[in-house]
Write a new protein. Structure first.
Length: 109
């Protein structure tokens, strides 16, 4: 889905899985902000953001993830990133954002 973006939200025992597809950029960051805010509506929630389908993430997309993590921490929750592709993982590493998130190799069972 080059040039597009979509989100799928699924509940799990400890919180929510938010699966991202396509390109997370200036055009889609506001959508992610809203999805994360809704998913973080419960205290002590874990939101796992599945990045396996994320083909691209720019600085605006990264800022949306970091804003979500800041909201989560303020509420006693957290966001974890799962299965990032090498390009996305490299961007997280270069910006130091890997320190802000737990990075998972798998989705929760």
């Amino acid at each position: 889905m080059p040039g597009g973006f979509s989100v799928e939200v699924s509940p799990w025992a400890e919180g929510t899985v938010v699966s991202l597809y396509g390109e997370l950029d200036l055009d889609s960051a506001a959508e992610l902000d809203g999805v994360l805010a809704a998913a973080l509506g419960e205290p002590a929630t874990v939101v796992v953001v599945d990045c396996a389908g994320l083909e691209f993430c720019d600085s605006t997309g990264l800022n949306a993830l970091l804003r979500g993590q800041a909201r989560a921490e303020a509420d006693g929750s957290r966001i974890e990133l799962a299965r990032p592709r090498p390009l996305v993982l490299r961007m997280l590493e270069l910006t130091g954002a890997t320190d802000a998130f737990r990075i998972r190799d798998t989705l929760p069972a």
